[in-house]
Write a protein that binds this ligand. Structure first.
Ligand code: UD1
Length: 419
């Protein structure tokens, strides 16, 4: 696998478009299974996780055509109701096939999913929700099996608003007989995007983005055409790169409303930020201001997926910052790597204390997971000297063109070694 080599110290300047959202396209690809026909999905980013979703779709009998960033899925030929373990292990979001395959085929069998090592990632909320709408679920030896005995809809309440479990139940309930009401669902923009796609397929869903989603089941769904929303985490990453390098960065093809929590923090750090409907412009301050306490929360709170990049940015603040990670247990693995570059970070449980330093220094570091890996690249962009980031397969799961985009903004960054 290639490494990323960065000669740090270049001030980023320029404009770059943001690709489609990984966390939208993956559940939407899983949802195509629900339709008896062809769905056309535009704006699909070129990511390893998208390839993995297509592999699953092909394995279960769908016909896939890819042309640039458009993926056509003909789900009328679907034949298999099981997914092999090695396919499931490649990414966490493979679990969203559970809801769609169960609803379409009446039964599904798959291994428990993989994804980044961020601490325990159980699927109990997915299972409980499916059971509430009449799906019989058996979980044993790392495999889950479902059967629709009396698929009638029902009331689902989430004690915690799990994104994946909300998506699974929305998909499954779309084809249940009767109404499903989900209280305390996840409210992420990707949930709204999934609702939009499912409704284009003929589903009757309302309330995504609010505290209550109502789904009136329909007997059949058809294929639909849809463009996925821009990736708000890629946008957050590029804005952090801008502030860390003292740069001026404009993002186009983005949705500023979706990154409100991130731009609010960047403003508190001293950045000047201007937005219009589809663009964000950031001017970095002379020196980054520290943030007393930043807490990750479900949307519309500060996203856990942008925590690592913000940790990297705050290593350069003029004072001490604190970050509390409230979504995943094990999400500070980048801290030790950042310390190799001269950062001063202490972690204890779900809290990181970041004492700002004047400069970072280039070093060989390793990405342990997707967003932590992006944080290391950002640190390399502003560190003195050369940094080399290994473990880039993690980064490829979520960024379609990180190296190329940073190059276009003026960074001295390249891929070295074998692809
Ligand atoms: C999705 C995103 C991921 C993001 C996360 C939180 C996708 C493909 N991935 O992941 O990038 O970091 O939302 O915003 O959209 N939990 C349980 N039981 C369950 C399900 C979840 O305890 O059945 C816990 C998890 O362990 C975790 C928390 O709930 O601590 C959040 O998980 P969830 O919202 O489900 O995240 P994902 O859908 O996996």
């Amino acid at each position: 696998m290639y490494q990323i080599e960065i000669a740090g110290g270049r001030r980023l300047a320029g404009s770059v478009p943001v690709h489609g959202a990984k966390n939208s396209v993956l559940p939407i690809l899983a949802a195509t299974v629900l339709g008896n026909g062809t769905s056309v999905i535009h704006g699909c980013p070129n990511l390893d996780d998208v390839d993995s979703s297509c592999e699953i779709l092909e394995y279960i009998g769908c016909n896939i055509k890819r042309e640039g960033s458009t993926i056509c899925v003909d789900a009328s030929t679907i034949g298999k109701s099981c997914i092999p373990e090695e396919m499931m292990h490649k990414m966490r979001s493979s679990i969203t096939f559970l809801g769609s395959m169960t609803a379409r085929l009446g039964t599904a069998e798959m291994g428990t999913p993989g994804g980044c090592e961020l601490g325990p990632r159980p699927i109990d909320l997915h299972i409980q929700a499916l059971e509430k709408i009449g799906v019989a679920v058996k979980e044993r030896c790392g495999r889950v099996e479902t059967r629709c005995d009396s698929f009638v809809g029902g009331e689902v309440h989430f004690d915690f608003p799990s994104v994946g479990a909300t998506e699974n139940i929305m998909m499954a309930a779309s084809l249940a007989r009767g109404e499903t009401v989900i209280t305390n669902p996840a409210k992420e923009p990707e949930i709204c995007d999934l609702q939009a796609f499912l409704n284009k397929m003929g589903a009757k869903i309302s309330g995504a983005g609010t505290d209550c989603i109502v789904i009136e089941g329909v007997p059949v769904l058809h294929g639909a055409e849809h463009r996925v929303i821009p990736d708000r985490i890629v946008a957050a990453t590029y804005l952090c790169a801008g502030i860390m390098t003292g740069g001026t960065v404009e993002l186009t093809e983005t949705n500023p409303e979706h990154i409100h929590a991130v731009t609010a923090v960047l403003r508190d750090m001293g950045a000047s930020i201007y937005t219009n409907k589809h663009a964000v412009l950031l001017y970095a301050p002379q020196r980054i201001k520290p943030i007393k306490l930043l807490r990750t929360m479900p949307y519309p709170g500060f996203p856990t997926d942008a925590q690592a990049m913000m940790t990297a940015a705050l290593t350069l603040a003029d004072g001490t910052s604190m970050i509390e990670e409230n979504i995943f247990e094990n999400r500070f693995r980048h801290a030790a790597e950042l310390s190799k570059m001269g950062a001063d970070i202490t972690t204890r449980g779900n809290v990181a204390v970041i004492r700002g330093v004047k400069r970072l220094v280039g070093a060989p570091v390793t990405a342990m997971e997707l967003r932590g890996g992006a944080a290391l690249v950002l640190a390399g962009l502003c560190a003195e000297g050369i940094s080399t980031v290994s473990g880039t397969s993690h980064i490829d799961r979520g960024y379609g063109s990180l190296v190329e985009d940073m190059q276009s903004l003026g960074a001295e960054i390249r891929k070295i070694g074998k692809a």
